[in-house]
Design a protein around this ligand. Structure first.
Ligand code: 16G
Length: 235
């Protein structure tokens, strides 16, 4: 408990409790939880807020807080590169290859639900894990939503930046993964021979208001990355 914030520690503890409960079971009251975990009401609310965001629990007015039906919600697995690498016990970092404004082509405009030629920010980065290239990534966002993004520090977590700077909270993505053979420029960034196998993931991400906020293409080295999902059979 020493080096992680109290509310994150509590969130983990609550997650364990929730995993034991059936869907729609009511959680103890705030008063009971603060007493049991010996935390302040504010810490508890932060922890519960995280669980709400993750879709693990839901609230019904003043009646109480309940365990959500599906505990493997989309939000839960919609992770950033930074989170992904930390979960794997690695230290993420990034180097910025290029950041520039460009007009949306027809396909991008369609995916964003915008007019063709609407200005987008195109951010190209190399994502590293423990200092080794893991992923080449191109992210496009509408400049209207994030006007000064190109002058921000783009070497950290973009999803953090979306939230902190633009109050945009990613909520869901449509993601398509395919196997590819690397072309020379990307192979060079990833420091593998041209034509090496890679996993390419295209993500179209919407925020909590259902507007599309990001189109990303992430190309992962196949020798260093795999996707692991917890999937459940529908009962
Ligand atoms: C992942 C996402 C990408 C997102 C980035 C944010 C995939 C395939 N792509 O790379 O869409 O922009 O994470 O990560 O998952 P960050 O917050 O660490 O910059």
């Amino acid at each position: 408990m020493n080096d992680i914030p109290k509310h994150l520690f509590l969130r983990r503890e609550l997650e364990k409790d929730i995993a034991q409960l059936p869907p729609h079971a009511q959680l103890p009251t705030e008063r009971e939880l603060t007493a049991r975990f010996e935390v302040s009401r504010m810490t508890l609310r932060q922890a519960l807020g995280g669980l709400l965001d993750d879709g693990l629990i839901y609230r019904v007015g003043r009646t109480g807080t309940f365990v959500a039906e599906s505990r493997i919600s989309k939000d839960r697995s919609l992770t950033s590169f930074t989170e992904d690498m930390r979960t794997r016990g690695m230290v993420p970092s990034s180097s910025l290859i290029d950041a520039a404004a460009e007009p949306a082509d027809d396909a991008q405009a369609r995916d964003f639900g915008l007019e063709p030629n609407t200005p987008l920010a195109r951010i190209e980065r190399l994502r590293l894990a423990d200092g080794i290239p893991m992923c080449h990534e191109v992210v496009r966002v509408p400049l209207r939503l994030m006007p000064d993004i190109l002058t921000a520090d783009l070497t950290g977590s973009l999803y953090d930046l979306f939230g902190r700077h633009f109050r945009i909270r990613v909520a869901s993505s449509i993601q398509r993964t395919r196997a590819i053979s690397l072309d020379r420029p990307i192979a060079r960034w990833l420091m593998v021979p041209a034509k090496s196998p890679a996993l390419q993931v295209r993500r179209i991400t919407s925020d909590t208001t259902s507007q599309v906020v990001e189109i990303a293409t992430s190309t992962y080295r196949a020798d260093r990355y795999d996707f692991t999902h917890l999937i459940r059979r529908q009962s």
